[in-house]
Write a protein that binds this ligand. Structure first.
Ligand SMILES: N[C@@H](CCC(=O)N[C@@H](CS)C(=O)NCC(=O)O)C(=O)O
Length: 364
């Protein structure tokens, strides 16, 4: 009997992340395409809004959000080694890189998909929703369903003003991550862990699999294409060790520095808007997906974006790891934060705490 079901799509960023984790964990699961019927019968009644991936546990519990899915499977399987590194600095860095992979690599992923692979993506969206239609009918349906996703570009801050910065940043990221992969097979050593799964979402579903984007990755960063293929094959199915002594490779520092430079200011501006919202909200209130408008700046190109609230939730998870470190571990974390121009994170805290309830982020 199948234990878990993952409802998602080959074309989907976060389904890629969850699938890579489940394959690495080696659990018995069935992946089912999120067809129109699945949205209607499974996703909307249980999650409340149209989003993938959604997983069902063996007891029937329905879970949304990749981190929640992974945590639930980790808790249930109690298998070793864990997906979340056990040592504090590696865990802190993993949470930070999850925030980067989930929420900032979304910019190049969505830009390249919708500005370089648009027609192809419509065909894929149509084939997913209605596998039995003809390619022309699928394309027409895909145009309709895909409009919502293409419509996310201005929300994310992808505009004529920021595109040159997004491309410059992505190409630099490709060379930074390639340099890391020259030294280490995965992000923290010889096996995948949380950050690998988070990076795999965009780097597989969009930036490797979309044809024009895949060509760019193969040309500029064949080492990353190789990592994608190794992750796709199951990431050596859980074997291998993370670096000993809680070490964080120096080759990750340029990526963390990029995160502090590009992503952190947007999150801080969002946090200020969150403070205004939280002042008039009650515990259990659902945090709006967008809290207003912010400006993002990426490689000296700036433009407006929506102040998306979800990254605050991922940042809280990272800061919680920092806040529970022993004084010695925190000193090591502070040294790293200093080297990556992230000293602000020593003191920056959200103005109010968040928690998850019924597949939503709510005020704690
Ligand atoms: N934080 C969620 C994000 C899920 C997500 O954004 N999924 C995309 C597809 S890859 C989606 O369905 N988006 C619909 C929307 O944002 O309205 C997770 O980790 O599962």
């Amino acid at each position: 009997m199948t234990s878990y079901t993952l409802y998602g799509a080959e074309v989907s960023y976060f389904t890629g992340k969850a699938r890579a984790y489940l394959d690495w964990r080696g659990v018995d699961y069935d992946e089912k395409p999120a067809t129109q019927a699945v949205y209607r019968d499974v996703i909307l009644p249980n999650v409340g809004w149209p989003v993938i991936p959604v997983a069902t546990m063996p007891d029937g519990t329905v879970i949304q959000d990749t981190a929640d899915i992974m945590q639930a499977v980790e808790a249930r399987e109690n298998a070793h080694p864990p997906a979340w590194p056990a040592s504090p600095l590696q865990r802190f860095v993993s949470e930070l890189l999850q925030l980067y992979g989930d929420e900032w690599l979304m910019l190049p992923a969505m830009h390249y998909r919708w500005n370089y692979n648009e027609d192809w993506a419509y065909g894929e969206f149509g084939a997913l929703s209605a596998p039995d239609l003809t390619p022309d009918q699928q394309y027409a349906l895909g145009r309709k369903n895909g409009a919502r996703f293409k419509g996310a570009l201005p929300i994310l801050g992808i505009s004529a003003d920021t595109v040159p910065g997004i491309e410059k940043s992505y190409e630099a990221f490709l060379s930074e991550f390639s340099a890391h992969l020259d030294q280490h097979p995965y992000i923290l050593g010889a096996r995948p862990s949380l950050a690998d799964f988070a990076f795999y979402g965009p780097l597989y579903a969009h930036l490797y699999r979309d044809p024009a984007s895949g060509e760019i990755m193969q040309r500029l960063a064949p080492k990353i294409a190789d990592w994608v293929e190794r992750m796709k094959a199951g990431g050596c199915h859980g074997s291998g060790e993370l670096l000993s002594d809680d070490a964080v490779p120096e080759t990750l520092e340029p990526i963390l520095r990029r995160q502090m430079r590009e992503q952190l200011p947007a999150i801080k501006a969002t946090s200020t808007l969150f403070s205004d919202w939280a002042a008039n909200a009650a515990s259990g209130d659902r945090v709006p997906r967008a809290l207003g408008d912010v400006d993002i700046e990426i490689e000296s190109h700036s433009g407006p974006a929506k102040a998306r609230s979800f990254p605050l939730w991922r940042l809280q998870a990272a800061l919680d790891v920092y806040d529970t470190m022993s004084p010695e571990d925190r000193t090591r974390a502070d040294t790293l934060l200093g080297r990556v121009d992230g000293k602000e994170l020593k003191t920056f805290r959200l103005p109010a705490r968040l928690k998850r309830e019924k597949c939503q982020v709510v005020l704690a």
